[in-house]
Design a protein around this ligand. Structure first.
Ligand SMILES: [Zn+2]
Length: 438
């Protein structure tokens, strides 16, 4: 009899409370914070980069939830960044420096935690960067990675397809357990070719082709990034990018128009990394090689039943996303590195493949650290640079700057050893086409 009660108690422990809300975790890939109107920001002196109001659906979410004004991605690549969200660990701790490194066994994932709480767990993917061989599907009952768009061996699903499939998944869960739905929108990733009616809304030219970006990048590297005609061309590129963000925003609106079930709904939205749009003359476009705020300052917000709207003004790392959600669910069991809302260092690193020595970084790229309103970035290409979060440059002797650099270097020195990557040829080729040459 005692065993029977124990069995029932275990079952009760796995069962969600009757009021457990659904959870929508929405990833807006390659979306920098200032591409969303609610963030309404532009670096000091670069007001020409200020976005126009094009994201009414995400803005509405931000208005009724908690908006993190200064959320930072720990890595400017899709897989590494999502791994921080899914595990609650920064990239060194989870062992994924960039795309192409499968999730190691061991770390609990958010989907596993919610599945254990009785959630039906389902994911709809927008890109092969998170494909099943990367191990991010752990804990999901359903993992939809049907990719209809092949871009030179890269595989994607459009935002329209992602929304359609997510809505279909929700229909299949009617009347059953609460749902954890992960939705991944990839369209803001290059090439910037939004569909009608968004195409042409913010730029006047035709399609922005990779060859156009190559030509502009060459001009920037030749020191002409601030020439009037180059600036005008970069604004055109930015317009085409914002059209993709607007398209994704409209699809998020369509997803969230699905009526909430009686148990309510939590929505968390984050950007996995941003996108360079002319900020760095050496690498003016794309992402992956820098930790410039253009590629690391991302949108993050949560809307939850009973959660008062507000703005978190201090810096937050994406490894805290799971903790933010679990606290809303009343789950106080430790998860990843997430412990509390206390301020702490936010390490960031951009690594790229290279040759010897075969260390974690393989080829030394940029790294940075944020604490509160201070940010430091350094690399082998330039000495340390400090900023007040928001863009104002600081000198090395400004309060907190020297110790922040010390902590960044200590974290960098403790990087894990090199991991070799084993994967099948198709996955390898798909990731290579994404720009990650491993
Ligand atoms: Zn990404």
């Amino acid at each position: 009899m005692r065993l029977l009660w124990l069995f029932i108690a275990v079952l009760e422990g796995c069962r969600p409370t009757p009021t457990a809300p659904d959870v929508f975790l929405i990833s807006v890939d390659t979306t920098r914070a200032d591409a969303i109107s609610a963030w309404g920001l532009a670096p000091a002196g670069r007001e020409d980069l200020r976005g126009v109001p094009i994201t009414p659906h995400i803005d509405a979410l931000a208005a009724k939830g908690v908006r993190y004004a200064w959320a930072f991605a720990h890595a400017p690549s899709t897989l590494a960044s999502h791994a921080t969200v899914f595990t609650g660990h920064e990239p060194h701790a989870v062992g994924i420096p960039r795309n192409g490194f499968p999730l190691l066994p061991g770390a609990e994932t958010l989907a596993e935690r919610l599945h254990g709480r009785g959630y039906g767990t389902t994911a709809v993917l927008g890109s092969s960067a998170l494909a099943r061989p990367m191990g991010m599907d752990r804990g999901f009952d359903a993992w939809d990675e049907r990719f209809s768009v092949a871009r030179s061996r890269r595989h994607e699903a459009t935002a329209t397809e992602v929304t359609d499939r997510a809505l279909s998944e929700l229909q299949s869960h009617k009347g059953s357990a609460p749902v954890f739905l992960f939705v991944h929108y990839f369209d803001a990733h290059g090439p910037y070719q939004a569909p009608a009616p968004f195409a042409g809304r913010f730029h006047t030219g035709g399609k922005v082709l990779p060859s156009d970006l190559d030509r502009l990048a060459q001009a920037c590297r030749a020191g002409q990034c601030d020439a009037a005609e180059v600036r005008a061309a970069i604004q055109e590129v930015r317009g085409a990018y914002l059209e993709e963000v607007a398209y994704v925003d409209s699809e998020i609106g369509r997803l969230l128009a699905e009526p909430e079930r009686p148990n309510g709904r939590i929505v968390i939205l984050f950007g996995d990394h941003g996108e360079m749009l002319g900020e760095n003359a050496g690498r003016p476009f794309g992402h992956g090689g820098d930790v410039d705020p253009a590629t690391t300052h991302v949108p993050l917000l949560i809307v939850a039943p009973g959660l008062a709207p507000g703005v978190v003004p201090t810096a937050t790392g994406l490894r805290d996303v799971a903790g933010i959600l679990l606290r809303q669910l009343g789950d106080t069991t430790p998860f990843g590195d997430a412990a509390s809302d206390a301020l702490r260092d936010i390490p960031m690193e951009a690594t790229q493949p290279g040759n010897a020595p075969p260390g974690w970084n393989n080829r030394d790229n940029e790294r940075g650290m944020v604490y509160d309103d201070r940010l430091v970035i350094e690399s082998t290409e330039h000495p340390p640079e400090w900023q007040q979060v928001g863009g104002t440059a600081l000198s090395a002797d400004a309060p907190g700057c020297a110790s922040l650099l010390e902590r960044l270097r200590a974290w960098h020195k403790d990087a894990p050893t090199f991991r070799s990557v084993q994967m099948d040829k198709a996955t390898h080729e798909g990731l290579k086409a994404l720009g990650y040459e491993e």
